[in-house]
Design a protein around this ligand. Structure first.
Ligand code: F6R
Length: 248
């Protein structure tokens, strides 16, 4: 595990974009595993800027997203498909046919998850998987549990997650209670995993996840076992681990 300490969110976003750009430059037809939420917005902004400057080309890139709300279609502004279009896809030269997320409109969870696993099998492991972290240690929507779920599955969102995501909806009641998420085995099979974290509210979970025991009760802790895991976090998010962290 490698920790890159940054000054703030902007610095984190630039450094994350540096790393993603490096992967894209070395392998133009790479598979990028992508995330939604507040954490990656700045990273995507930086990637868009580089594309506009002529430094990045998405024409051969394939993307696979971590998760999607069950019951929301891509035209719903709260869906992750919509988020990705707004925050990245519609601003770069990516082929929309090569951008994959679980199908939130499929009511049959088994069918939706099986279909996404089939897509993930066809694309092959991501060259880089981008992650945020939830306050309870979730990655994708893999919530604290008794075991690590391997493949794509349907989850009941934890109360804490519903609360945290309510900020994107007009009321808490509107937040979907279920989502489809990539499993832990798929996340762990990525060649490189990059987690970006910003803010003091994430400091405690960062300490628990990466300086505590590996346990499915803190799903992100499994990343301690990943051979190429990079955590790019700002000073506030690293404030609980003080001098333990090492810069690179
Ligand atoms: C989003 C996702 C989630 C978020 C996490 C942190 O696709 O999979 O695990 O990464 O909830 O969200 P933010 O970045 O909004 O704090």
């Amino acid at each position: 595990m490698r920790i890159i300490r940054t000054r703030d969110y902007e610095d984190m976003s630039r450094k994350a974009a540096n790393l993603i750009s490096a992967v894209m430059t070395m392998k133009p037809d790479c598979v990028l595993g992508l995330a939604t939420g507040s954490s990656p917005v700045g990273t995507y902004r930086n990637l868009i800027r580089r594309y506009e400057n002529g430094d990045l080309d998405f024409s051969q890139v394939t993307t696979v997203n971590l998760d999607e709300y069950k019951g929301l279609d891509g035209e719903n502004p709260q869906s992750y498909r919509y988020f990705m279009r707004e925050n990245l896809f519609s601003h770069v030269n990516i082929d929309p046919a090569r951008t994959f997320l679980p199908d939130g409109t499929e009511e049959d969870s088994e069918k939706a998850c099986g279909a996404y696993d089939e897509i993930l099998r066809r694309t092959g492991p991501a060259d880089l998987q981008l992650l945020g972290i939830g306050h309870d240690g979730h990655i994708g929507f893999n919530e604290p549990a008794d075991t690590f779920a391997k493949m794509t599955h349907c989850v009941d969102l934890a109360e804490m997650t519903i609360e945290a995501n309510a900020r994107f909806f007009s009321s808490r009641e509107e937040v979907p209670t279920q989502a489809y998420t990539m499993g832990i085995q798929t996340i762990m099979s990525a060649a490189k995993v990059l987690m970006i974290v910003s803010g003091a509210d994430k400091a405690e979970i960062i300490r628990k996840a990466f300086f505590g025991p590996v346990t499915p009760q803190v799903p992100a802790s499994i990343l301690q076992f990943h051979p190429d895991f990079v955590l790019i976090a700002d000073e506030a998010a690293l404030s609980e681990i003080g001098k333990i962290s090492v810069g690179v």
